[in-house]
Write a protein of this length. Structure first.
Length: 239
C-alpha cells in the first residue's frame, strides 16, 4: 500500500481543505506521523476486506483468473474469444475469476456463467468506468486495489491476460514480478493475442534483457498464444 492510497480517502472535498490537508501531510517526516483516527479505521476496513474475501473465496475449486480491458465492446473479436474461453474453463471444472467489470472481464464471466460454471467477479469501486457485470455466481466489491489484487491471484493456478490498458499491464507485470521474486509459487502466465503483446515482449527481450535488468530465464515466465486449445493445455499441465 503506497502513501497515495493512504491519503486518498483522508483528503476532504473542496480545493481549500484539500490544499491544507496535503500541505499538513507533507510537512511531516514520516507517514506514521500523519496517522490519526481515520487511518486506524482504514486499517480495520482493510482487515475486513481480507477477512471477507478469505471466507468467501477459500472454498472455491481451482481457479483461473482472466485479466483484460474493461473497454472491449461485445462485438469485438477478443470479447467473443474471452467468452468462449470462460465457457471452456468452466467445462474443465475450474472457477473463472475476473475483476468483475465490463469488457473482457464480463466476457470471461459470461462464458463461465452460461456454461453453468463458477463465475467470480472481484469488482473495484471506482468513480467511473468500472461497474459489476451481471454474469457472476460470486461477487465481491473492493475499496482497495491492493487487497483485490491479492485475491485475484491467491486462489488461481493460472492467469490468462487479454489485451488491455494500464490496469491490465499493472496486473501482468505484478504477477510476473511475484513469480520472479519467488513471493508466490510459479504458475502459467498466458498472454492471449501474440500480435497485441508481441511488440512489448520483443522490447523486453531486446532492451530489458540486453541491459541486464532481467536474466534469460525470466523470458520463460510467460507464454504468448492465439489459441484457446493451447491455453487450456497449459492450464491442464498445472495439475
Amino acid at each position: 500500500m503506497n502513501e497515495l492510497e493512504l491519503k486518498t480517502d483522508l483528503i476532504p472535498l473542496g480545493p481549500k481543505s484539500r490544499h491544507r490537508k496535503i500541505k499538513d501531510f507533507d510537512t511531516r517526516q514520516y507517514l506514521i506521523d500523519a496517522m490519526g483516527i481515520d487511518d486506524i479505521w482504514r486499517v480495520f476496513r482493510i482487515m475486513a476486506e481480507f477477512a471477507e474475501s478469505f471466507e468467501i473465496l477459500g472454498d472455491l475449486p481451482q481457479s483461473v483468473t482472466v485479466f483484460g480491458s474493461a473497454r472491449t465492446p461485445e462485438n469485438h473479436t477478443m470479447y467473443q474469444t474471452a467468452r468462449n474461453l470462460g465457457a471452456r474453463i468452466a467445462r474443465e471444472g475450474f472457477a473463472t475469476v475476473t475483476g468483475g467489470g465490463p469488457g473482457i472481464m464480463e466476457a470471461a464471466n459470461r462464458g463461465a456463467y452460461e456454461a453453468g460454471g463458477i463465475s467470480v467477479g472481484l469488482n473495484i469501486v471506482l468513480p467511473r468506468e468500472q461497474r459489476p457485470n451481471p454474469y457472476t455466481t460470486t461477487s465481491l466489491n473492493f475499496r482497495y486495489f491492493f487487497v483485490r489484487k491479492v485475491m485475484l491471484i491467491k486462489y488461481s493456478i493460472a492467469v490468462v491476460i487479454f489485451p488491455g490498458g494500464f490496469g491490465t499491464l499493472d496486473e501482468l507485470f505484478e504477477t510476473i514480478t511475484l513469480i520472479q521474486t519467488e513471493r508466490i509459487l510459479p504458475f502459467p502466465v498466458i498472454l492471449f493475442d501474440s500480435t497485441y503483446w508481441g511488440g512489448l515482449f520483443e522490447w523486453v527481450r531486446k532492451q530489458v534483457l540486453t541491459e541486464g535488468n532481467i536474466i534469460a530465464a525470466d523470458l520463460g515466465l510467460y507464454h504468448l498464444t492465439d489459441s484457446i486449445e493451447e491455453t487450456l493445455e497449459i492450464i491442464r499441465s498445472v495439475e
